[in-house]
Design a protein around this ligand. Structure first.
Ligand code: IPE
Ligand code: MG
Length: 236
């Protein structure tokens, strides 16, 4: 068996993931939706470790969008509880592997107990030099751009100083390269307000695998598909 590295000419630097299909995975099994979230959020650690082993430098996960507030209150509450539990249990293990955690989104609108878990994870891992795992919790691409504009104006930056580089530095993803590969599971072919600015030239990979079933082999398929795409960034 050839290893993945032998099969691909190049790997992405930044992989963004929209994990979709937790609810359907649970419904198919006659389980409550939260059981799907539980199974889905549990997948994160092994996949992150796998990508870190492959020396991929940035992984960004869409955990909770600014639009997900439209879901029933008990699903939101349950999902937050599951996210906190996994952060508290899995981040110390990821820390041992040199993984650094960042948060993308409006942190202050999340419950205090979830905020403090996230803050602790970010603080605890900030000097790590392995893969950067960005948790997009209460993230929206539109509010990210609005928050950047507000800060640029508040700081009195003169209009002629505003260019692509400066603007990127005011986004939640400041200092990170743009997304190379965006993976969405669960057979939905949408961006859903994720990393709008950072995906302008990304390669998109969609799969009907439901997120709780997505494993290393599925990740390899996505990485192989990426390596076979020709990227021209608008040039000939
Ligand atoms: C994605 O799974 C998880 C989050 C949005 C946090 P869904 O909850 O959207 O699952 P489906 O789409 O209903 O199957
Ligand atoms: Mg969904």
């Amino acid at each position: 068996m050839k290893s993945l590295k032998q099969q691909v000419k190049r790997l992405p630097v930044h992989v963004a993931i929209v994990p979709d299909g937790n609810g359907r995975w649970a419904e198919k099994r006659g389980l409550p939706r939260l059981a799907g979230h539980q199974a889905g959020v549990k997948k994160m650690r092994a996949l992150t470790e796998y990508l870190n082993d492959l020396k991929i430098k940035y992984v960004t996960l869409y955990g909770f969008s600014t639009e997900n507030w439209g879901r029933p209150g008990d699903e939101i509450e349950g999902l937050f509880r599951i996210l906190k539990e996994r952060i508290d249990q899995d981040i110390p293990k990821l820390h041992k592997k040199g993984i650094r955690v960042r948060h993308l989104g409006r942190l202050g609108e999340l419950p205090d107990w979830l905020q403090s878990s996230i803050r602790h994870a970010v603080e605890h891992t900030k000097d790590n030099t392995g893969l950067t795992l960005s948790l997009a919790f209460n993230y929206g691409g539109h509010v990210e751009i609005i928050d950047a504009i507000r800060r640029i104006i508040a700081e009195g930056i003169p209009p002629e100083k505003i260019d692509e580089k400066l603007f990127s530095d005011y986004l939640y993803t400041a200092g990170m390269p743009y997304v190379d590969l965006l993976i969405r599971t669960g057979d939905e072919w949408r961006l859903s307000n994720f990393l709008l600015w950072q995906t302008a030239y990304s390669e998109y990979y969609f799969t009907d695998v439901l997120w709780p079933d997505f494993n290393k082999e599925d990740m390899d398929k996505a990485l192989i598909a990426y390596s076979q795409r020709e990227r021209r960034f608008g040039a000939l």
